[in-house]
Each structure stands twice: as C-alpha cells, then as structure tokens.
Write a protein that binds this ligand. Structure first.
Ligand code: MN
Ligand code: MN
Length: 365
C-alpha cells in the first residue's frame, strides 16, 4: 500500500519537466507515504524524493527509532538539535539540483530559503496541488478508518445529549465529550470540540466557554475525532425546550438544504453544483445572506483537505472522494443552525457515512 504511494510520488518526479527533487514536509502527508507519523514542532522533518536515488527520510534524532520501526522508506537520516538539518539533506543528495518541488501551503519562508541555499537550486515549484490530487480518492482501508471515526463521534454525541440541561455550561459538555472520545479509543479530537448555545450558535467559529445553557435556546455540537489517523466531522443543532417559531423555521430550511446538497452528489458533477443546490434552498426562503460559509470540505488524514466546496469550484466529483455537507444559517443576535454530514461519493451517487438523526430534536428536558 504505502509502497504504491511512494511509486506515485516517484512518477510525479519523473513526469514533471525539470524537477530534480520533491520535499514532502507536511507530517500527515509523510505518514501517507511512509506509514511513519510524528509531530516535529519546530524541528525539521521531510520525505525527500530525488531523481536517480531511493527516497529517504530526514527526521529529528528523537524520532529515529519510531521511524525505523514503521517506515516503508528504508533510508532514514537523523539530525540532532546541534546539527543544521539542511546540511544533512544536502549531504545525502547524489546529483546536481536545479529545481525543487515543495509544498507551498506548508513550507515556511525560512525553510524554503534554507532548502534553496543548501541544495543550490535556482527554482522551486509548488507540488501541493498534485499531492492533493494523489490522496483525494480514498482507498478501502482509508474509508474503513473514516467509518470508525464517524462511529466514534456518533457514540460521543449520543452520550453527550444526555448531559445537556439548563444550567450546564458549554465547556462542561466539551469536557464530557473529549473524555468519551479518549475512552472510546480515538487518537483525539480532530479539531477543537465546539459546543455553543443561544446567540453564540450564530457564529460558525464560536468558542465554547462558561456560558450556561438555558431553556428555550439552541445548542450546537460540532466535533470529530481521529481514529487510526483519519478524521470525522459532525455537526448537529438541538433545541433545549421550546424555541421560537423563527428558529424552528431556520432549522427546517437548513435540513432541506443539507438533503438537497447530498441528493446532488454524483461522479462527474462539479463541487460548485453542490454549493448551488444547498444555496438555492436557503435563498428561496430569503435567508441567503445568512449562509456565510462554503457548503463543505474534503477531509481524511487532515480535518480540512482538498476539495473546498464553494460555488466557484468547477472541479468534478469522482467515486471514492469523502467530504462534508454542512450548509448553515447564521443570524447575528438570534443564533444559527448547521447540520453537517460526512459523505462518500459512490459510482452512482452518495453514501452518507453519518447516521446520527438530523430531524428536529428537543433535548435537555
Ligand atoms: Mn464541523
Ligand atoms: Mn466541517
């Protein structure tokens, strides 16, 4: 599996005119290619794939043993904190380098300059779009891991709705959810667990706090986990007791938008058409100005991956892609609703991986 991926990386190198070496520097992508994962923080970590020689890893010495144990790439060179890691790279390149391939979304300017200087290259090209394409179609084992991550977060949601009561704080619920994630065997949350209530549900990126949940409010859960390296990303919005008629109306609109978007999923259709399908529903009810986010995003090893599902994305879907469907309405001062599912593109349409009920639900009674 991982060797096939390395072969693809070598082919990318061979097929790109003038390119002499590729530096893969995003830790999750190094995991994708080698089976070895570490978070090196400020230390230098790279998978180096150069023409005319086998690929090699450059790792901090404290990670050497772990890398040697699991990596499918056999050549591993360690650097100590007193070493210049770019000189370690240079020392293991066997031929002259003119053009390097880098991840421009990920590599810092300092690292870019250091790699240019150490390799003597004159030019750098961005290989990030090609690397994104390589991992956008998920394999069966990857989909199986995503299914486990979905099952885990859904169990967490089922438990967590039992904790919602007037007087309980948002952060209390977050703590319960993250405890359950770990107990259920998740690697950890796939992003900061979000529990928002009342007006705060109107902020797509609100931050949970000491605010107490009250009767008559909405409560929004947006959370996911990593299981075996792969993510899930689920949002549900609940009513605590009786809420206003307007709030319920927003909910039904978002639910309809979510369903229309998922109905539009099929190989060959554009990502833009998915955003359009959701947006048409919300605009038809006059709430278009409150749908301020894109309709979804790819995920897998990372919580946000290619594709970004917005109206201008003319790229097309293929079977094996996995992404979120998460239309929402966010009204400042009133509140918001988001319903987020995880969707797999199949040869004939969509399989919705998330099964947590999404019909109007009143909790906290
Ligand atoms: Mn989410
Ligand atoms: Mn999401």
């Amino acid at each position: 599996m991982a060797n096939e991926r390395i072969d693809k990386l070598s082919r990318l190198l061979d097929e790109t005119d003038g390119l002499d070496v590729i530096f893969v520097t995003l830790p999750k992508l190094i995991y994708y290619f080698t089976g070895f994962y570490t978070e090196p923080h400020e230390r230098f970590l790279a998978l180096v794939c150069a023409k005319g020689q086998p690929p090699f890893l450059v790792v901090p010495i404290l990670d050497y043993e772990k890398a040697a144990g699991v990596s499918t790439v056999d050549s591993i060179y360690a650097h100590e904190d007193t070493d210049n890691p770019y000189q370690v790279v240079k020392g293991h390149l066997t031929s002259k380098i003119r053009c390097i391939g880098i991840q421009k979304d990920h590599l810092s300017v300092n690292r870019y300059e250091a790699l240019m200087e150490a390799t003597g290259a004159q030019q750098a090209v961005d290989v990030e779009p090609k690397l994104n394409q390589m991992r956008v179609i998920k394999s069966e084992p990857e989909i199986a891991a995503i299914r486990r991550a979905v099952a885990c977060i859904e169990e967490v949601f089922h438990t967590a709705i039992g904790f919602v009561k007037p007087g309980v704080t948002e952060i209390d619920i977050v703590a319960e959810m993250e405890y359950r994630m770990k107990r259920l065997g998740a690697d950890g949350p796939s992003f900061d667990t979000m529990v928002l209530s009342g007006e705060k549900t109107g902020m797509p990126h609100g931050v949970p706090g000491a605010k107490k949940i009250r009767e008559g409010e909405l409560v929004l859960f947006d959370a996911g986990v990593f299981v075996d390296g792969y993510a899930s990303d689920l949002t549900r919005t609940f009513a605590v007791g009786d809420v206003s008629a307007r709030t319920k109306e927003i909910y039904e609109t978002v639910l309809q938008a979510n369903r229309k978007m998922i109905d539009a999923v099929r190989p060959g259709a554009t990502f833009g058409s998915l955003d359009d399908a959701a947006r048409q529903v919300i605009e038809s009810k006059g709430d278009g100005p409150y749908f301020i986010t894109r309709a979804g995003h790819g995920f897998g090893l990372e919580i946000h991956e290619y594709p970004s599902i917005h109206g201008n994305n003319q790229d097309v879907m293929s079977a094996g892609m996995v992404f979120t469907a998460e239309p929402g309405i966010y009204i400042p001062g009133l509140g918001g609703v988001r319903i987020e599912d995880n969707v797999l593109v199949t040869p004939t349409g969509a399989e919705v991986l998330t099964t947590f009920p999404k019909e109007w639900m009143v909790i906290g009674g």
